[in-house]
Ligand binder design. Structure first.
Ligand SMILES: [Zn+2]
Length: 410
């Protein structure tokens, strides 16, 4: 596996919030100046922090709302909760809870989907800035086929997104993503202006949803009959480059070829895809087309903030399509894969010298069954596999942001 390296008894040296060195503990310890503080995490695994490339902070309170498929789920559960984000106090309180939850699960960076309200992103970025997080987010654009009081207009979506970019993009560790919700809730005029903004700000990412559910695909095709495919709608409006698209289940080979050419990344959301019954993502087809793949929770349709739980479900989805997913690949997708999807692999996702010291300490023996199974594991792959299948937030001993512990009281 490209980039995977393991030290049985390793030391990660952090200085001024960045990785200085990594290697076997004994020789490295001998080189440290006397009095250097050392934290012992014996028995644990230290990994680059998890990167969740598709999650909705405003849907935190919708998690585990069942009984429907995508379009009905949006109407019944999601839109009513998203209305609350017009209120800055609601946006602030949920953002704080959401960021606590990311830390408790070892997630150090996320690509976050806001509501239509500018306040949803101002509140999230204010909270993330106070925690010194590397986070990318954007206000959803939606001007049709959704409740009246959740609509913006092509012009207001452009203006507010632009104002948010000017205020937040590149401010500390924060980044902005232009965020058309999905083709069905944006008019042609809105997608045109979103594409214009993407051209004017080539340094800013794009995020959206594509090809999640068969009814949604048919609806998108009927709204844009001139497009070759659902994905082609975004490409026509200049919204494919520097992008992360969630789901990508019902794509064809031409779509995958276009994504690879545009260096667009997939956010594979297994818990959400299973929960809503949307379908099974085809990892082998994405690999064959050289499409970048990352992993994401997609809370609130996703059922856990834990990237370990997400990896376990990804493994099962891949098995359902007759393929294999090794534990090392899954951990890579959840760390470096995400960093690469966000164009941040020169800053996070690995322990190369100079990288930002965002990392997670995982204790495989935190649960009784984890300890029992781990004791029988003979190889690194076997240990990682047991951890990903059995793991969750209980295995996260600590999460570090720029070298500083992020979970209080541990
Ligand atoms: Zn989503």
């Amino acid at each position: 596996m490209e980039g995977t390296e393991h030290f049985e008894d390793g030391l990660l040296v952090v200085e001024h919030g960045r990785v200085q060195r990594i290697g076997p503990a004994a020789p490295l310890l001998a080189t440290l100046p006397s009095g250097t503080p050392v934290t012992d995490h014996a028995g644990c695994l230290i990994l680059p922090g998890f990167v969740d490339t598709h999650v909705h902070h405003a849907q935190t309170d919708v998690i585990a709302s069942g009984g429907s498929t995508l379009l009905e789920w949006l109407e019944r559960h999601t839109f009513p909760v998203e209305r609350g984000f017009a209120d800055p106090a609601c946006a602030r309180a949920t953002s704080e809870f959401f960021l606590d939850e990311l830390a408790r699960n070892g997630t150090t960076t996320a690509l976050v989907f806001g509501t239509v309200h500018r306040t949803s992103i101002d509140a999230l970025f204010e909270a993330a800035a106070a925690r010194n997080l590397r986070l990318v987010a954007g206000k959803a654009m939606m001007d049709r086929n959704c409740p009246e009081d959740l609509r913006d207009t092509p012009r207001s979506a452009y203006d507010e997104s632009r104002a948010l970019i000017e205020r937040w993009h590149g401010n500390g560790r924060l980044g902005y993503a232009i965020t058309p919700r999905f083709a069905c809730t944006s008019s042609e005029a809105q997608l045109t202006l979103a594409g214009q903004l993407a051209r004017e700000r080539p340094d800013v990412m794009v995020q959206g949803h594509v090809a999640e559910n068969v009814d949604e695909v048919a609806w998108a095709r009927s709204l844009f009959p001139q497009a070759r495919s659902y994905l082609d709608i975004y490409e026509r409006y200049g919204l494919l480059r520097r992008s992360v698209y969630a789901h990508c289940i019902h794509l064809d080979d031409e779509d995958r070829r276009r994504m690879a050419l545009a260096e667009a990344a997939v956010a594979f959301c297994p818990t959400s895809n299973l929960f809503l019954g949307s379908g099974l993502f085809d990892l082998a087809a994405a690999d064959a087309a050289s499409v970048q793949v990352s992993l994401a929770t997609d809370v609130g349709a996703g059922t856990s903030f834990s990237m370990l739980r997400t990896m376990a479900e990804a493994y099962k989805v891949v098995r359902m399509t007759g393929q294999q997913l090794s534990a090392q690949r899954a951990f890579h997708l959840a760390t470096m894969g995400g960093a690469r999807a966000l164009g941040l692999d020169d800053r996070i996702g690995s322990f190369l010298p100079g990288r930002e010291a965002d990392f997670v300490v995982l204790d495989p023996a935190a649960t009784a069954i984890g300890a029992r199974r781990g004791a029988r594991a003979r190889t690194l792959e076997e240990r990682l596999f047991a951890l990903m299948i059995l793991g969750d937030d209980r295995n996260v001993r600590q999460t570090y942001i720029m070298g500083v512990p992020a979970i209080a009281g541990r």
